[in-house]
Design a protein around this ligand. Structure first.
Ligand code: FEO
Ligand code: CA
Ligand code: CA
Ligand code: CA
Length: 592
Protein backbone atom coordinates (compact mmCIF):
# COMPACT_ATOMS: atom_id res chain seq x y z
CA UNK A 1 0.00 0.00 0.00
CA UNK A 2 2.84 2.35 0.86
CA UNK A 3 4.62 1.69 -2.42
CA UNK A 4 1.36 2.56 -4.15
CA UNK A 5 1.04 5.81 -2.20
CA UNK A 6 4.56 6.82 -3.15
CA UNK A 7 4.34 5.76 -6.77
CA UNK A 8 7.56 4.35 -8.15
CA UNK A 9 9.70 5.69 -5.25
CA UNK A 10 11.17 3.27 -2.69
CA UNK A 11 10.96 6.02 -0.05
CA UNK A 12 8.07 5.53 2.32
CA UNK A 13 7.68 8.88 4.12
CA UNK A 14 4.77 11.18 3.25
CA UNK A 15 6.06 14.33 1.58
CA UNK A 16 6.04 17.70 3.27
CA UNK A 17 4.41 20.66 1.59
CA UNK A 18 6.73 23.48 0.49
CA UNK A 19 6.60 26.48 2.83
CA UNK A 20 8.80 29.19 4.33
CA UNK A 21 8.32 30.01 8.00
CA UNK A 22 9.90 30.53 11.41
CA UNK A 23 9.79 26.83 12.28
CA UNK A 24 11.43 23.88 10.63
CA UNK A 25 9.44 20.76 9.78
CA UNK A 26 10.03 17.08 9.12
CA UNK A 27 7.94 14.43 7.41
CA UNK A 28 5.17 12.81 9.47
CA UNK A 29 6.39 9.79 11.41
CA UNK A 30 9.77 11.38 12.16
CA UNK A 31 11.05 13.45 15.06
CA UNK A 32 13.58 16.30 14.99
CA UNK A 33 15.83 16.70 18.05
CA UNK A 34 18.26 19.57 18.69
CA UNK A 35 21.69 18.15 19.56
CA UNK A 36 23.95 21.17 19.95
CA UNK A 37 23.69 24.90 19.25
CA UNK A 38 26.03 27.80 18.63
CA UNK A 39 27.49 28.80 22.02
CA UNK A 40 26.90 25.51 23.85
CA UNK A 41 29.94 24.89 26.11
CA UNK A 42 32.29 22.07 25.08
CA UNK A 43 34.19 21.59 28.33
CA UNK A 44 33.12 21.15 31.96
CA UNK A 45 34.54 24.55 32.91
CA UNK A 46 33.58 26.39 29.70
CA UNK A 47 31.18 29.30 30.27
CA UNK A 48 27.50 29.00 29.46
CA UNK A 49 26.38 30.90 26.36
CA UNK A 50 25.71 34.56 27.02
CA UNK A 51 24.82 36.25 23.74
CA UNK A 52 25.23 39.79 25.09
CA UNK A 53 28.64 39.19 26.75
CA UNK A 54 30.58 37.14 24.22
CA UNK A 55 34.35 36.88 24.48
CA UNK A 56 36.95 35.24 22.23
CA UNK A 57 38.02 32.96 25.07
CA UNK A 58 34.46 31.76 25.72
CA UNK A 59 33.77 31.21 22.01
CA UNK A 60 36.98 29.16 21.66
CA UNK A 61 35.51 26.68 24.17
CA UNK A 62 31.95 26.71 22.81
CA UNK A 63 30.26 25.31 19.71
CA UNK A 64 31.03 27.67 16.81
CA UNK A 65 28.87 29.51 14.30
CA UNK A 66 27.30 28.40 10.99
CA UNK A 67 27.69 24.63 11.20
CA UNK A 68 28.20 22.92 7.84
CA UNK A 69 29.81 19.51 7.12
CA UNK A 70 29.05 16.78 9.68
CA UNK A 71 30.88 13.54 10.19
CA UNK A 72 29.80 10.89 12.70
CA UNK A 73 32.69 8.84 14.07
CA UNK A 74 31.45 5.92 16.19
CA UNK A 75 32.73 5.23 19.69
CA UNK A 76 34.56 3.09 20.44
CA UNK A 77 36.83 3.84 17.45
CA UNK A 78 36.55 1.19 14.76
CA UNK A 79 33.07 0.07 15.80
CA UNK A 80 29.88 0.66 13.81
CA UNK A 81 28.01 1.92 16.85
CA UNK A 82 25.04 4.11 15.88
CA UNK A 83 24.08 5.34 19.36
CA UNK A 84 27.39 6.83 20.52
CA UNK A 85 30.15 8.68 18.74
CA UNK A 86 31.89 11.91 17.87
CA UNK A 87 30.28 14.57 15.73
CA UNK A 88 32.87 16.47 13.72
CA UNK A 89 31.32 19.70 12.51
CA UNK A 90 32.60 22.52 10.30
CA UNK A 91 31.93 26.14 11.26
CA UNK A 92 31.96 27.88 7.92
CA UNK A 93 31.54 31.60 8.57
CA UNK A 94 29.81 34.14 10.79
CA UNK A 95 26.52 35.93 10.11
CA UNK A 96 27.80 38.94 12.01
CA UNK A 97 24.53 40.89 11.88
CA UNK A 98 22.83 38.03 13.77
CA UNK A 99 25.67 37.45 16.23
CA UNK A 100 26.02 40.76 18.08
CA UNK A 101 23.49 43.35 19.28
CA UNK A 102 23.24 46.81 17.75
CA UNK A 103 24.56 46.03 14.27
CA UNK A 104 22.87 46.88 10.97
CA UNK A 105 21.34 44.21 8.74
CA UNK A 106 23.27 42.46 6.00
CA UNK A 107 26.97 42.42 5.28
CA UNK A 108 27.46 46.03 6.47
CA UNK A 109 27.50 44.64 10.01
CA UNK A 110 30.90 43.06 9.45
CA UNK A 111 32.67 46.40 9.07
CA UNK A 112 31.16 47.68 12.33
CA UNK A 113 32.56 45.15 14.80
CA UNK A 114 35.01 45.99 17.57
CA UNK A 115 38.47 44.44 17.77
CA UNK A 116 37.19 42.03 20.40
CA UNK A 117 34.16 41.05 18.32
CA UNK A 118 36.46 40.39 15.35
CA UNK A 119 38.34 37.93 17.55
CA UNK A 120 35.06 36.32 18.62
CA UNK A 121 34.32 35.84 14.92
CA UNK A 122 37.75 34.26 14.38
CA UNK A 123 37.11 31.82 17.24
CA UNK A 124 33.61 31.01 15.94
CA UNK A 125 35.23 29.64 12.74
CA UNK A 126 36.90 26.26 12.29
CA UNK A 127 35.72 22.84 13.43
CA UNK A 128 34.14 21.28 16.52
CA UNK A 129 34.54 17.70 17.70
CA UNK A 130 31.91 16.74 20.25
CA UNK A 131 30.90 13.46 21.86
CA UNK A 132 27.21 12.58 21.40
CA UNK A 133 25.09 9.70 22.59
CA UNK A 134 21.51 8.51 22.32
CA UNK A 135 19.78 7.90 25.62
CA UNK A 136 16.18 6.68 25.80
CA UNK A 137 15.78 7.61 22.14
CA UNK A 138 17.12 11.17 22.61
CA UNK A 139 20.42 12.48 21.30
CA UNK A 140 22.49 14.62 23.68
CA UNK A 141 26.03 15.93 23.69
CA UNK A 142 28.53 15.21 26.47
CA UNK A 143 29.82 18.53 27.80
CA UNK A 144 32.81 17.17 29.71
CA UNK A 145 34.00 14.57 27.17
CA UNK A 146 37.79 14.22 26.86
CA UNK A 147 37.30 14.05 23.07
CA UNK A 148 35.63 17.47 22.77
CA UNK A 149 37.69 19.95 20.85
CA UNK A 150 37.47 23.27 19.09
CA UNK A 151 39.72 23.94 16.15
CA UNK A 152 39.50 27.69 15.50
CA UNK A 153 40.92 30.35 13.22
CA UNK A 154 43.96 30.33 15.51
CA UNK A 155 44.69 26.63 16.09
CA UNK A 156 48.22 25.72 15.08
CA UNK A 157 48.43 23.37 12.13
CA UNK A 158 51.01 21.98 9.74
CA UNK A 159 51.37 22.35 5.98
CA UNK A 160 52.54 19.21 4.23
CA UNK A 161 52.92 17.87 0.69
CA UNK A 162 54.68 19.33 -2.35
CA UNK A 163 53.92 23.02 -1.60
CA UNK A 164 54.97 22.94 2.07
CA UNK A 165 57.98 25.16 2.70
CA UNK A 166 57.65 27.04 -0.60
CA UNK A 167 58.70 30.71 -0.48
CA UNK A 168 55.11 31.80 -1.22
CA UNK A 169 53.98 30.11 2.01
CA UNK A 170 56.52 31.84 4.30
CA UNK A 171 55.50 34.67 6.62
CA UNK A 172 57.12 36.81 9.30
CA UNK A 173 55.71 34.44 11.95
CA UNK A 174 56.77 31.29 10.07
CA UNK A 175 60.06 31.33 8.16
CA UNK A 176 59.65 27.62 7.38
CA UNK A 177 56.41 27.95 5.40
CA UNK A 178 55.05 24.92 7.23
CA UNK A 179 53.23 26.20 10.35
CA UNK A 180 49.87 27.97 9.99
CA UNK A 181 47.42 29.38 12.48
CA UNK A 182 43.87 28.27 11.84
CA UNK A 183 41.51 27.04 9.22
CA UNK A 184 38.79 29.23 7.69
CA UNK A 185 35.53 28.92 5.80
CA UNK A 186 35.31 25.20 6.32
CA UNK A 187 32.34 24.33 4.17
CA UNK A 188 31.82 20.67 3.33
CA UNK A 189 34.39 17.95 3.94
CA UNK A 190 34.83 14.22 3.90
CA UNK A 191 36.77 11.45 5.54
CA UNK A 192 39.31 8.73 4.89
CA UNK A 193 39.17 4.93 5.19
CA UNK A 194 41.65 5.21 8.09
CA UNK A 195 39.28 7.20 10.29
CA UNK A 196 40.48 10.77 9.85
CA UNK A 197 38.29 13.71 8.84
CA UNK A 198 38.86 16.11 5.95
CA UNK A 199 37.67 19.69 6.28
CA UNK A 200 37.63 21.91 3.20
CA UNK A 201 38.57 25.60 3.14
CA UNK A 202 36.17 27.36 0.76
CA UNK A 203 35.75 31.16 0.50
CA UNK A 204 39.00 32.02 2.27
CA UNK A 205 39.47 35.08 0.07
CA UNK A 206 36.98 37.22 1.95
CA UNK A 207 39.04 37.46 5.16
CA UNK A 208 42.03 39.18 3.51
CA UNK A 209 42.50 42.76 2.39
CA UNK A 210 45.09 45.40 1.56
CA UNK A 211 46.08 47.42 -1.50
CA UNK A 212 48.65 44.81 -2.57
CA UNK A 213 45.82 42.40 -3.35
CA UNK A 214 45.35 44.40 -6.55
CA UNK A 215 48.78 45.78 -7.37
CA UNK A 216 51.54 43.65 -5.86
CA UNK A 217 53.52 40.86 -7.56
CA UNK A 218 50.83 38.37 -6.57
CA UNK A 219 47.91 40.43 -7.89
CA UNK A 220 47.07 38.03 -10.73
CA UNK A 221 46.90 35.04 -8.38
CA UNK A 222 44.86 36.97 -5.84
CA UNK A 223 42.44 38.10 -8.54
CA UNK A 224 41.90 34.53 -9.74
CA UNK A 225 40.93 33.59 -6.17
CA UNK A 226 38.71 36.64 -5.58
CA UNK A 227 41.02 38.37 -3.09
CA UNK A 228 40.43 42.12 -3.32
CA UNK A 229 41.73 45.16 -1.37
CA UNK A 230 38.56 45.52 0.66
CA UNK A 231 37.94 42.48 2.88
CA UNK A 232 34.31 41.57 3.65
CA UNK A 233 35.42 41.16 7.27
CA UNK A 234 37.03 43.83 9.49
CA UNK A 235 39.83 41.43 10.42
CA UNK A 236 42.66 43.13 8.41
CA UNK A 237 42.07 46.27 10.50
CA UNK A 238 42.63 44.43 13.78
CA UNK A 239 44.73 41.34 13.02
CA UNK A 240 47.89 42.05 11.02
CA UNK A 241 48.21 38.71 9.26
CA UNK A 242 44.96 39.31 7.36
CA UNK A 243 46.38 42.53 5.88
CA UNK A 244 48.28 41.55 2.73
CA UNK A 245 50.26 44.81 2.86
CA UNK A 246 51.76 43.58 6.13
CA UNK A 247 51.81 39.85 5.43
CA UNK A 248 51.81 39.27 1.66
CA UNK A 249 51.81 35.44 1.75
CA UNK A 250 49.30 34.67 4.50
CA UNK A 251 46.42 34.17 2.03
CA UNK A 252 48.43 31.47 0.23
CA UNK A 253 48.23 29.38 3.39
CA UNK A 254 44.44 29.07 3.04
CA UNK A 255 42.31 27.35 0.40
CA UNK A 256 43.50 23.83 1.24
CA UNK A 257 42.00 20.58 2.49
CA UNK A 258 42.84 19.92 6.15
CA UNK A 259 43.10 16.40 7.63
CA UNK A 260 42.71 15.75 11.36
CA UNK A 261 42.28 12.79 13.69
CA UNK A 262 39.01 13.20 15.62
CA UNK A 263 39.96 10.51 18.11
CA UNK A 264 43.08 12.39 19.27
CA UNK A 265 42.26 15.88 20.57
CA UNK A 266 46.00 16.69 20.85
CA UNK A 267 46.76 15.88 17.22
CA UNK A 268 47.94 18.67 14.93
CA UNK A 269 45.68 19.18 11.88
CA UNK A 270 47.50 19.02 8.54
CA UNK A 271 46.86 21.09 5.41
CA UNK A 272 47.40 18.66 2.53
CA UNK A 273 48.77 20.78 -0.33
CA UNK A 274 48.85 17.89 -2.83
CA UNK A 275 45.05 18.27 -3.11
CA UNK A 276 45.39 21.73 -4.62
CA UNK A 277 44.40 25.22 -3.60
CA UNK A 278 40.97 26.49 -4.55
CA UNK A 279 37.59 27.18 -2.94
CA UNK A 280 37.17 23.62 -1.73
CA UNK A 281 33.57 22.72 -1.05
CA UNK A 282 34.08 19.11 0.03
CA UNK A 283 36.41 16.16 -0.23
CA UNK A 284 34.67 12.77 -0.45
CA UNK A 285 36.59 9.56 -0.92
CA UNK A 286 36.20 6.25 -2.68
CA UNK A 287 38.60 3.31 -2.69
CA UNK A 288 39.55 2.31 -6.21
CA UNK A 289 39.69 -1.36 -7.25
CA UNK A 290 43.46 -1.47 -6.65
CA UNK A 291 43.25 -0.01 -3.13
CA UNK A 292 44.33 3.52 -3.99
CA UNK A 293 42.22 6.21 -2.39
CA UNK A 294 40.51 8.77 -4.60
CA UNK A 295 39.04 12.01 -3.25
CA UNK A 296 36.54 13.99 -5.31
CA UNK A 297 36.40 17.77 -4.90
CA UNK A 298 34.46 20.76 -6.20
CA UNK A 299 35.68 24.35 -6.54
CA UNK A 300 32.58 26.37 -5.66
CA UNK A 301 32.70 29.37 -7.94
CA UNK A 302 30.78 30.19 -11.08
CA UNK A 303 32.69 28.64 -14.03
CA UNK A 304 35.14 26.70 -11.86
CA UNK A 305 36.01 23.05 -11.94
CA UNK A 306 35.61 19.50 -10.63
CA UNK A 307 38.77 17.78 -9.38
CA UNK A 308 39.94 14.44 -8.04
CA UNK A 309 43.13 13.35 -6.32
CA UNK A 310 44.46 9.80 -6.58
CA UNK A 311 46.96 8.59 -3.99
CA UNK A 312 50.23 7.13 -5.26
CA UNK A 313 49.90 4.07 -3.04
CA UNK A 314 47.05 1.84 -1.83
CA UNK A 315 45.91 2.38 1.73
CA UNK A 316 46.79 -0.19 4.36
CA UNK A 317 43.76 -1.47 6.34
CA UNK A 318 46.01 -3.26 8.83
CA UNK A 319 48.32 -0.41 9.83
CA UNK A 320 46.70 2.96 10.51
CA UNK A 321 50.07 4.69 10.90
CA UNK A 322 51.09 3.64 7.38
CA UNK A 323 48.30 5.82 5.97
CA UNK A 324 49.27 8.89 7.93
CA UNK A 325 50.76 10.82 5.00
CA UNK A 326 49.06 9.01 2.13
CA UNK A 327 47.44 12.24 1.00
CA UNK A 328 50.83 13.89 0.45
CA UNK A 329 51.73 11.83 -2.60
CA UNK A 330 49.64 11.28 -5.70
CA UNK A 331 48.13 12.96 -8.73
CA UNK A 332 45.62 15.79 -8.90
CA UNK A 333 43.25 15.77 -11.90
CA UNK A 334 40.69 18.23 -13.26
CA UNK A 335 37.61 17.20 -15.24
CA UNK A 336 36.61 17.88 -18.82
CA UNK A 337 32.99 16.97 -19.57
CA UNK A 338 32.63 16.28 -23.30
CA UNK A 339 29.30 16.76 -25.09
CA UNK A 340 29.36 13.11 -26.24
CA UNK A 341 29.01 11.84 -22.66
CA UNK A 342 32.69 11.18 -21.96
CA UNK A 343 34.56 12.69 -19.05
CA UNK A 344 38.33 13.08 -19.19
CA UNK A 345 40.51 13.57 -16.11
CA UNK A 346 43.52 15.74 -16.94
CA UNK A 347 46.54 15.56 -14.64
CA UNK A 348 47.94 18.72 -13.07
CA UNK A 349 51.63 17.85 -13.13
CA UNK A 350 54.45 20.37 -13.46
CA UNK A 351 56.42 19.94 -16.67
CA UNK A 352 53.54 18.30 -18.54
CA UNK A 353 51.57 20.10 -21.26
CA UNK A 354 51.35 23.84 -20.61
CA UNK A 355 52.39 23.56 -16.92
CA UNK A 356 56.00 24.57 -17.59
CA UNK A 357 58.46 27.21 -16.43
CA UNK A 358 57.64 29.23 -19.55
CA UNK A 359 54.13 29.65 -18.11
CA UNK A 360 55.37 30.41 -14.60
CA UNK A 361 55.16 26.88 -13.18
CA UNK A 362 58.67 26.14 -11.91
CA UNK A 363 57.69 23.38 -9.52
CA UNK A 364 54.71 21.28 -8.47
CA UNK A 365 54.31 23.77 -5.61
CA UNK A 366 53.62 26.49 -8.20
CA UNK A 367 50.97 24.27 -9.80
CA UNK A 368 49.29 23.61 -6.45
CA UNK A 369 49.36 27.17 -5.11
CA UNK A 370 47.90 28.33 -8.46
CA UNK A 371 45.66 25.33 -9.11
CA UNK A 372 42.94 27.40 -10.77
CA UNK A 373 45.30 28.92 -13.35
CA UNK A 374 46.86 25.52 -14.07
CA UNK A 375 43.39 24.07 -14.68
CA UNK A 376 42.49 27.06 -16.90
CA UNK A 377 45.50 26.28 -19.12
CA UNK A 378 44.46 22.62 -19.43
CA UNK A 379 41.01 23.58 -20.73
CA UNK A 380 38.93 22.08 -17.92
CA UNK A 381 35.13 22.43 -18.21
CA UNK A 382 33.78 25.53 -16.41
CA UNK A 383 30.86 24.34 -14.29
CA UNK A 384 27.83 25.91 -12.61
CA UNK A 385 29.41 26.14 -9.12
CA UNK A 386 30.49 22.64 -8.07
CA UNK A 387 29.49 21.96 -4.45
CA UNK A 388 29.61 18.37 -3.10
CA UNK A 389 31.12 15.80 -5.46
CA UNK A 390 30.31 12.55 -3.74
CA UNK A 391 30.54 8.88 -4.66
CA UNK A 392 27.54 6.62 -4.07
CA UNK A 393 29.09 3.71 -2.16
CA UNK A 394 26.42 1.30 -3.43
CA UNK A 395 26.69 1.97 -7.19
CA UNK A 396 30.15 3.54 -7.55
CA UNK A 397 28.70 6.49 -9.46
CA UNK A 398 29.73 10.01 -8.40
CA UNK A 399 27.23 12.85 -7.98
CA UNK A 400 28.19 16.44 -8.74
CA UNK A 401 25.97 19.07 -7.07
CA UNK A 402 25.98 22.16 -9.31
CA UNK A 403 24.21 24.69 -7.19
CA UNK A 404 23.47 27.46 -9.76
CA UNK A 405 25.10 29.98 -12.07
CA UNK A 406 23.08 33.07 -12.87
CA UNK A 407 25.90 34.38 -15.09
CA UNK A 408 26.07 31.60 -17.68
CA UNK A 409 25.07 32.99 -21.05
CA UNK A 410 23.52 31.29 -24.07
CA UNK A 411 26.95 31.44 -25.74
CA UNK A 412 28.52 29.42 -22.89
CA UNK A 413 26.35 26.31 -22.92
CA UNK A 414 27.62 22.74 -23.05
CA UNK A 415 25.86 19.43 -22.53
CA UNK A 416 27.00 19.25 -18.87
CA UNK A 417 25.94 22.86 -18.18
CA UNK A 418 23.03 23.23 -20.56
CA UNK A 419 21.04 26.12 -19.08
CA UNK A 420 21.65 29.86 -19.44
CA UNK A 421 21.02 32.01 -16.33
CA UNK A 422 20.93 28.77 -14.31
CA UNK A 423 19.15 29.91 -11.13
CA UNK A 424 18.28 26.47 -9.78
CA UNK A 425 21.30 24.30 -10.58
CA UNK A 426 21.50 20.65 -11.60
CA UNK A 427 23.10 17.34 -10.68
CA UNK A 428 25.54 15.51 -12.96
CA UNK A 429 26.41 11.86 -12.49
CA UNK A 430 29.91 10.54 -13.29
CA UNK A 431 30.16 6.87 -14.20
CA UNK A 432 33.69 5.47 -13.78
CA UNK A 433 34.75 2.22 -15.44
CA UNK A 434 33.44 -0.75 -13.45
CA UNK A 435 30.61 1.21 -11.77
CA UNK A 436 27.94 -1.23 -10.62
CA UNK A 437 30.49 -4.00 -10.01
CA UNK A 438 32.75 -4.55 -7.02
CA UNK A 439 35.78 -3.36 -9.06
CA UNK A 440 35.17 0.33 -9.65
CA UNK A 441 38.15 2.09 -11.24
CA UNK A 442 37.96 5.49 -9.55
CA UNK A 443 41.57 6.15 -10.59
CA UNK A 444 40.78 5.91 -14.33
CA UNK A 445 41.51 8.94 -16.48
CA UNK A 446 38.34 8.44 -18.54
CA UNK A 447 34.75 7.73 -17.71
CA UNK A 448 31.26 8.70 -18.76
CA UNK A 449 28.78 11.18 -17.39
CA UNK A 450 24.98 11.58 -17.41
CA UNK A 451 22.47 14.20 -16.29
CA UNK A 452 20.70 13.13 -13.07
CA UNK A 453 18.30 16.03 -12.74
CA UNK A 454 17.81 19.67 -13.69
CA UNK A 455 16.46 21.59 -10.69
CA UNK A 456 13.65 24.17 -10.57
CA UNK A 457 9.91 23.80 -10.76
CA UNK A 458 8.77 21.51 -13.57
CA UNK A 459 6.52 23.25 -16.08
CA UNK A 460 7.50 26.69 -14.73
CA UNK A 461 11.29 26.88 -14.84
CA UNK A 462 12.77 26.28 -18.27
CA UNK A 463 14.75 23.09 -18.48
CA UNK A 464 13.64 21.60 -15.13
CA UNK A 465 13.79 17.81 -15.49
CA UNK A 466 13.20 15.00 -12.98
CA UNK A 467 11.34 11.71 -12.89
CA UNK A 468 7.98 12.47 -14.51
CA UNK A 469 6.11 11.51 -11.31
CA UNK A 470 7.87 14.18 -9.21
CA UNK A 471 5.13 15.96 -7.27
CA UNK A 472 4.48 19.63 -6.76
CA UNK A 473 6.27 19.23 -3.38
CA UNK A 474 9.21 17.17 -4.60
CA UNK A 475 11.02 19.58 -6.91
CA UNK A 476 14.04 21.38 -5.48
CA UNK A 477 16.30 24.37 -6.12
CA UNK A 478 20.05 24.91 -5.52
CA UNK A 479 21.46 21.47 -4.58
CA UNK A 480 24.53 21.85 -2.35
CA UNK A 481 25.40 18.87 -0.10
CA UNK A 482 24.39 15.27 -0.58
CA UNK A 483 24.68 11.97 1.17
CA UNK A 484 23.74 8.35 0.48
CA UNK A 485 21.83 5.94 2.69
CA UNK A 486 22.54 2.22 3.01
CA UNK A 487 20.35 1.50 0.01
CA UNK A 488 22.29 3.93 -2.21
CA UNK A 489 19.51 6.51 -2.30
CA UNK A 490 20.59 10.12 -2.56
CA UNK A 491 19.69 12.74 0.07
CA UNK A 492 20.07 16.26 -1.28
CA UNK A 493 20.39 19.37 0.91
CA UNK A 494 19.72 22.74 -0.70
CA UNK A 495 21.17 26.24 -0.25
CA UNK A 496 19.48 29.20 -1.90
CA UNK A 497 15.93 28.01 -2.55
CA UNK A 498 14.28 30.96 -0.73
CA UNK A 499 15.73 33.53 -3.12
CA UNK A 500 15.72 31.33 -6.23
CA UNK A 501 12.33 29.69 -5.78
CA UNK A 502 10.49 31.27 -2.81
CA UNK A 503 10.49 28.06 -0.76
CA UNK A 504 12.53 27.02 2.27
CA UNK A 505 15.78 25.15 1.85
CA UNK A 506 15.35 21.50 2.64
CA UNK A 507 16.42 17.89 2.49
CA UNK A 508 15.09 15.80 -0.40
CA UNK A 509 15.56 12.09 -1.09
CA UNK A 510 15.44 10.06 -4.28
CA UNK A 511 16.29 6.66 -5.64
CA UNK A 512 19.34 6.73 -7.92
CA UNK A 513 18.47 3.51 -9.77
CA UNK A 514 15.34 1.61 -10.82
CA UNK A 515 11.86 2.88 -11.60
CA UNK A 516 12.06 5.68 -9.01
CA UNK A 517 15.34 7.19 -10.28
CA UNK A 518 15.44 11.01 -9.77
CA UNK A 519 11.98 11.10 -8.19
CA UNK A 520 12.86 13.59 -5.46
CA UNK A 521 10.68 13.86 -2.33
CA UNK A 522 10.69 16.57 0.35
CA UNK A 523 11.66 15.20 3.79
CA UNK A 524 12.75 18.19 5.91
CA UNK A 525 12.46 21.97 5.66
CA UNK A 526 14.64 24.56 7.38
CA UNK A 527 13.42 27.69 9.15
CA UNK A 528 13.50 31.00 7.28
CA UNK A 529 16.96 32.21 6.30
CA UNK A 530 18.66 28.85 6.91
CA UNK A 531 20.24 26.39 4.53
CA UNK A 532 20.47 22.67 5.22
CA UNK A 533 24.01 21.26 5.30
CA UNK A 534 25.96 18.10 5.90
CA UNK A 535 23.38 15.31 5.91
CA UNK A 536 25.11 12.50 7.81
CA UNK A 537 23.71 9.04 8.54
CA UNK A 538 24.74 6.83 11.43
CA UNK A 539 26.08 3.46 10.21
CA UNK A 540 22.67 1.79 10.65
CA UNK A 541 20.85 4.80 9.07
CA UNK A 542 18.54 5.09 12.10
CA UNK A 543 19.56 8.73 12.54
CA UNK A 544 20.37 11.45 10.06
CA UNK A 545 22.16 14.51 11.45
CA UNK A 546 21.68 17.87 9.73
CA UNK A 547 23.48 21.18 10.16
CA UNK A 548 20.99 24.03 10.09
CA UNK A 549 23.15 26.93 9.01
CA UNK A 550 22.41 30.67 9.30
CA UNK A 551 18.79 30.58 10.56
CA UNK A 552 17.22 34.06 10.17
CA UNK A 553 19.72 35.16 7.52
CA UNK A 554 17.02 36.89 5.49
CA UNK A 555 16.61 40.46 4.28
CA UNK A 556 16.52 43.06 7.09
CA UNK A 557 17.07 40.50 9.84
CA UNK A 558 19.41 41.37 12.76
CA UNK A 559 20.35 40.15 16.25
CA UNK A 560 17.86 42.61 17.72
CA UNK A 561 15.08 41.89 15.21
CA UNK A 562 15.67 38.43 13.76
CA UNK A 563 13.25 36.85 11.26
CA UNK A 564 13.18 33.76 13.50
CA UNK A 565 14.57 32.87 16.92
CA UNK A 566 14.93 29.19 15.93
CA UNK A 567 15.58 26.87 17.69
CA UNK A 568 15.06 28.29 21.23
CA UNK A 569 12.30 30.82 20.51
CA UNK A 570 13.24 32.68 23.70
CA UNK A 571 13.17 36.49 23.78
CA UNK A 572 16.72 36.69 25.16
CA UNK A 573 18.17 34.25 22.64
CA UNK A 574 19.19 35.07 19.07
CA UNK A 575 18.74 32.48 16.32
CA UNK A 576 21.39 29.76 16.74
CA UNK A 577 22.91 27.62 14.00
CA UNK A 578 22.49 24.07 15.34
CA UNK A 579 22.92 20.40 14.66
CA UNK A 580 19.67 18.46 14.64
CA UNK A 581 19.13 14.71 14.67
CA UNK A 582 16.17 13.18 12.84
CA UNK A 583 14.94 9.79 13.96
CA UNK A 584 11.95 7.69 13.05
CA UNK A 585 9.29 7.59 15.76
CA UNK A 586 9.54 4.12 17.25
CA UNK A 587 12.97 3.58 15.65
CA UNK A 588 14.14 2.06 12.39
CA UNK A 589 15.88 3.05 9.20
CA UNK A 590 15.31 6.56 7.83
CA UNK A 591 13.32 6.42 4.60
CA UNK A 592 12.90 2.66 5.19
FE1 FEO B 1 29.96 27.02 1.38
FE2 FEO B 1 29.84 26.06 -1.52
O1 FEO B 1 28.92 26.35 -0.01
CA1 CA C 1 27.04 27.77 3.55
CA1 CA D 1 28.07 24.22 0.74
CA1 CA E 1 26.34 26.84 -0.91
Amino acid sequence: ALAQANGPSSLTFPELRHQLGQQDSVAEGYERQTVIRWGDPLAAEAPAFNPTAQTPDAQARQFGYNCDYIDFKPLPAGSDNSDHGLLCVNHEYTSTQLMFPGLPAGSAARQRVTAEQARVELMAHGVAVVEVRKRDGKWEYVQDSRFNRRITGETEMRLSGPAAGHDLLKTSADATGTRVLGTLNNCAGGNTPWGTVLTAEENFNQYFGGASAAEGPQAATHRRYGIVPRSSYAWPKFIDRFDLDKEPNEANRFGWVVEFDPYDPQSVPVKRTALGRFKHEGCHHAVSADGRVVVYMGDDERFDYVYKFVTARPWNPNDRAANRDLLDEGTLYVAKFLDDGKVQWMSLVQGEGPLTAANGFNSQADVLINTRRAADLLGATPMDRPEDVEPNPVTGRIYVMLTNNSRRTAQQLGAANPRAANLHGHIVEIIPPGAGTDKVDHAATEGRWAMFLMAGKPGIDAGAAYHRATSDQGWLSCPDNCSFDKKGRIWIATDGAPSAAGVADGLYAADTTGVGRALTRLFYQAPIGAEVCGPCFTPDASTVFLAIQHPAESAGSTFDRPSTRWPDFADNMPPRPSIVAIVKKGGGEIGA
